[in-house]
Design a binder for this molecule. Structure first.
Ligand SMILES: [Fe+2]
Length: 162
């Protein structure tokens, strides 16, 4: 199988994390009761799906490497899903879900930025376009998740028994 460059590997990781995020945002949405937070998570899910699509389109233009890249993405996706299963076992609530998403979204943002930094050498215009599109969206996902988790935290009865 074709060997991936470092940049292509990181791109595959962005793709896999976005694929996993379509599931994790949906899962957390089901744990949350607040309508505004549910809507935020829905939008994040749609944008994660679009990110995965855009990565896939980019991958299909990489002659001969599409399979290697999608395989790597699948590997990253299943690692992220395993982490979610570990973190969100039975008996979790919406705030637990958002705490998991805080890590996941920070990871997504970091990976998009890493792709951008690596592409400064490679100078691929399509990768640059993807990063310029995805970075502000991921920044918003992280901050929106943070806001949502603090909103739910304030609504908790802090002194109640756990
Ligand atoms: Fe995200």
């Amino acid at each position: 199988m074709a060997e991936l460059t470092q940049l292509e590997t990181k791109l595959a990781e962005v793709m896999g994390l976005a694929q996993a995020a379509t599931d994790s945002t949906e899962k957390v949405k089901q744990l949350v009761e607040d309508d505004e937070v549910k809507q935020t998570l829905e939008r994040m899910r749609d944008e994660a799906a679009e990110t995965a699509d855009r990565c896939e389109q980019l991958a299909s233009r990489l002659e001969g490497k599409k399979t290697a890249l999608t395989d790597k993405a699948r590997e990253t996706k299943s690692e992220a899903q395993e982490m979610m299963r570990t973190y969100l076992s039975d008996d979790v609530d919406g705030l637990d879900g958002l705490e998991f998403l805080l890590m996941a979204e920070a990871g997504e943002l970091g990976h998009v930025e890493i792709v951008g930094a690596m592409n400064e050498q490679a100078g691929d215009p399509e990768v640059r376009e993807l990063v310029e599109w995805a970075k502000p969206i991921q920044e918003r996902h992280f901050w929106a998740t943070r806001e949502a988790s603090l909103k739910l935290a304030k609504a908790e009865d802090a002194l109640a028994a756990h």
